[in-house]
Design a protein around this ligand. Structure first.
Ligand SMILES: Nc1ncnc2c1ncn2[C@@H]1O[C@H](COP(=O)(O)OP(=O)(O)OP(=O)(O)O)[C@@H](O)[C@H]1O
Ligand SMILES: [Mg+2]
Length: 240
């Protein structure tokens, strides 16, 4: 990993939902050209963390810095620079893959839209289906298109909540290749996942979220095995 500076910095972020403190003082940074994975048990607050960071939810307190600049409430700054893939696909069922991508490309006022959309559809393996309404698509095909949609404006940060869900082996390796290529060209990537194997294959660093708190982070250097990573996670989730 190259040392290029910090892309995203969260300082003491908290979130109340109802009367429950779901996120407690989250301080975490994402470096440029880094893949960071956030893992944790069901209900730990991962999706809430994700939504607060991408601007789908307003944090109750705390600050977010994007490339050194404080992100203001309802800022469009974040939306333009972060590409996020959550549980919703934000795709239109009556449109084809190509039409969906063109729809978003126009919103982003993209140049060379047709070429970029076509390239992406080839990359995610949907080119043959480019003109077919996606209504009849399988879950994995939808996920492939959702990934293409996220990549379309070439965001500086990719935030992916359980991106491997529903993907077959071929699509998993396609996605991992895409993620690694993006990282190598300087994109910062944050992945939320339960899939230890994929986290181990991809992440430069891993953070454990437990009961709304980041309880530990660790770099995954070359030497760290999958078994070692699992053992560390289990110890962190049990303790504190
Ligand atoms: N609207 C809400 N009101 C009150 N509590 C909520 C609300 N939404 C979520 N929560 C609570 O916040 C906590 C964190 O939920 P969240 O969805 O962020 O967890 P998660 O780590 O993504 O879990 P999973 O691994 O199952 O996806 C849970 O205890 C949940 O019950
Ligand atoms: Mg979740």
């Amino acid at each position: 990993m190259k040392e290029l500076g910090t892309m995203l910095e969260l300082k003491k972020m908290t979130k109340m939902l109802g009367d429950k403190l779901v996120l407690r003082n989250i301080t975490l940074s994402l470096e440029k050209g880094e893949i960071l994975a956030v893992i944790g048990p069901n209900g730990a607050g991962k999706s809430t963390f994700f939504k607060c960071t991408v601007g789908l939810l307003q944090p109750t307190s705390g600050e977010i810095f994007l490339d050194g600049e404080l992100v203001k409430k309802n800022s469009s700054q974040v939306k333009q620079r972060i590409g996020f893939l959550g549980h919703e696909s934000f795709l239109y069922n009556n449109l084809s893959p190509l039409e969906n991508l063109k729809f978003y490309g126009k919103l982003y006022k993209m140049k060379n839209l047709e070429r970029k959309a076509t390239e992406l559809l080839k990359e995610v393996g949907l080119y043959l289906f480019r003109d077919m309404p996606i209504r009849s698509f399988s879950r994995g095909m939808m996920q492939r298109l959702a990934i293409a949609r996220v990549l379309l404006p070439d965001p500086d940060i990719l935030m992916l909540d359980e991106p491997h869900t529903g993907l077959d082996q071929e699509a998993v390796s396609l996605l991992n290749t895409i993620i690694k290529n993006k990282r190598d060209s300087g994109t910062s990537i944050l992945i939320i996942s339960h899939d230890f194997e994929q986290v181990h294959a991809l992440a430069d660093r891993v953070a454990v979220l437990r009961k709304g708190k980041i309880v530990s982070t660790r770099s995954l250097g070359e030497g760290v095995s999958l078994a070692e990573m699992k053992a560390w996670y289990e110890a962190e989730v049990k303790s504190s």
